[in-house]
Every structure is written in structure tokens, then in C-alpha cells.
Write a protein that binds this ligand. Structure first.
Ligand code: KIV
Length: 279
């Protein structure tokens, strides 16, 4: 598979005959290797790492250094897929300078592009990051970093005004130069409207089938995450249950003495063993 470049990503529209983009999150080298071997186009080192790996209920505790740590692990796997680093909450909210520095941290860790949440109110930061030659992916709709402001993880843009505002946000982000926009947790008709209104691809999660691509969280699609299961998550494996079953078999083998066997044990020659036993 030829690696996707940012300019090629920015031109990728299903209405022009392109196949839908496939994006999945990954947070470490084995996850990136698995995703890359499966042939995904994009790997997102998302701030969802806070919930699915680090045990938090929301992404608000993450710092840029945390995401950089995970981006570096993904990059060390050498994926062909384009790697996107998620800017965490408060890394692009305080000042333009801080935003650019934090975006650069993720690039130096191995990201080709950064993602950030929010619409027109983030344009100043987006333009500054783009001016530093760092590609930016937008993220609109249910933006998890706004969980407190939204009153929880709730579907967004359900009335006409909110839907129109979201379309205007998407147009502004695309015109500013974002190379793609993630649409999360919005009705399909709104996602379709956004997809038709902009020339860069939309990548949906809980936004229906009309986007230019789809993204799912690694632990959701593989069946590792059980605490929450939104209706847009399709599980393609039950690896959490398979892992529990495997570890339970290991525990039983240890307790019964069935593990380790002779073949799983290092030995010395009979002569060395005899001398050791004789003291
Ligand atoms: O952090 C993440 O995994 C995300 C995706 C849900 C788009 O932002």
C-alpha cells in the first residue's frame, strides 16, 4: 500500500470516486503494527487513550507529553499509515504560541498531523499551527474534551440552528486549511450536509455512512472496552473475553503444575547438574 500523504488526504472525497478512508486509533507499537498490517489509511493516537488505556472517565487529565509518549511508541512501529497526534485539552486553548509549541511536540514525537477539537473559535490557533507547516485535522460534533460544557457525552447538532452552526464551523475549518475533519456523534443528515459542503474529507464516528471515511477506537472494535458501548461501535472481535480466558488457562496450569513443562525450561549438562547438586 502506498502511504497516504497529507495533500492526498486533503483531496480524498468519496464523491470523486475515492474509497472511504479507514482510520483507527492506536497508542502503542503492537497496536500500530496490528492496525498497519490490516492496511488502515490513518492511525490516530487519540486522547481516548485516557479512557481505554489509562482508566480515566474522560480525556481531561492528559497533557501533551502523554500523547507525545504514545505517538513515539506508534512511530517506532514504523507504520505506513499516516499518524495523527491528538492535541489534548488545554494544549491549544491558552495562547497561539503554546498551541504551536504543543503541536510541534507531537510532530517531533512522530506525528505527521495533529488533530484538535472545536470550530470557528479555534481558528486563530489552527491558522498559527498551519503557518508552522504542521497539518491540522479538525474535530466537530461530540467533542469529548467539552464533556463538562456539553453536560456529558451527548449527540450534538440535533436542532436546525446547531446543525447550521456545525456546517459553518466545518466550512471555516476547511477554508482555513484543515486537511480533514472528524465528525463525531451527530445525526447522519448533518454529517451528509457537511460532507457535501467541504472539499476535504470528513471522517465519521457515530455520524452515519455518508462520510468520506470512518474511525473507531481500537479497544472498542476489538472488544476490549466493556464499560461503555455507544450504538455506533461495531465489535469485530471479542479479544477482552479471549484474553481473560487465556490468562485463566495459564493460571490453572501454574496452579496444577502443568506449566512450565520440561520443554519450556532451560537445562545444563548432566555433569554440571551433578556437580551443582553435590555442592
Ligand atoms: O481520541 C479519539 O480516539 C478520537 C476519536 C474518537 C475520533 O478523537
Amino acid at each position: 500500500m502506498t502511504a497516504l500523504t497529507v495533500p492526498a488526504l486533503a483531496r480524498h472525497k468519496v464523491r470523486d470516486g475515492a474509497a472511504p478512508l479507514v482510520m483507527v486509533t492506536a497508542y502503542d507499537a503492537p497496536g500500530a503494527r496490528v492496525a498497519d498490517a490490516a492496511g488502515v489509511d490513518l492511525i490516530l493516537v487519540g486522547d481516548s487513550v485516557a479512557m481505554v488505556v489509562l482508566g480515566y472517565d474522560d480525556p481531561l487529565q492528559l497533557r501533551t507529553e502523554d500523547i507525545a509518549y504514545h505517538v513515539a511508541a506508534v512511530r517506532r512501529a514504523g507504520p505506513a499509515a499516516l499518524v495523527i497526534g491528538d492535541l489534548p485539552w488545554m494544549s491549544y486553548h491558552v495562547s497561539v504560541e503554546e498551541s504551536v509549541r504543543n503541536a510541534a511536540l507531537l510532530v517531533r514525537a512522530g506525528a505527521t498531523c495533529v488533530k484538535l477539537e472545536g470550530g470557528r473559535k479555534r481558528l486563530r490557533m489552527i491558522r498559527a499551527i498551519l503557518d508552522a507547516e504542521i497539518p491540522v485535522m479538525g474535530h466537530l460534533g461530540l467533542t469529548p474534551q467539552s464533556t463538562n460544557a456539553m453536560g456529558g457525552f451527548r449527540v450534538q447538532a440535533k436542532d436546525v440552528d446547531a446543525a447550521r452552526a456545525l456546517v459553518a464551523d466545518a466550512v471555516a475549518l476547511a477554508e482555513a486549511g484543515c486537511c480533514a475533519i472528524v465528525l463525531e456523534g451527530i445525526p447522519d443528515v448533518v454529517a451528509d450536509l457537511v460532507t457535501a459542503s467541504i472539499d476535504v474529507p470528513t471522517i465519521g464516528i457515530g455520524a452515519g455512512a455518508g462520510c468520506d471515511g470512518q474511525v473507531l477506537v481500537f479497544h472498542d472494535l476489538l472488544g476490549f472496552e466493556d464499560r461503555v458501548r455507544p450504538k455506533f461501535v461495531r465489535r469485530y472481535a471479542e479479544l477482552g473475553a479471549a484474553a481473560t480466558e487465556a490468562i485463566a488457562r495459564y493460571a490453572a496450569d501454574v496452579r496444577t503444575g502443568a506449566f512450565p513443562t520440561d520443554a519450556e525450561t532451560y537445562h545444563v549438562s548432566a555433569e554440571v547438574a551433578d556437580r551443582l547438586r553435590d555442592g
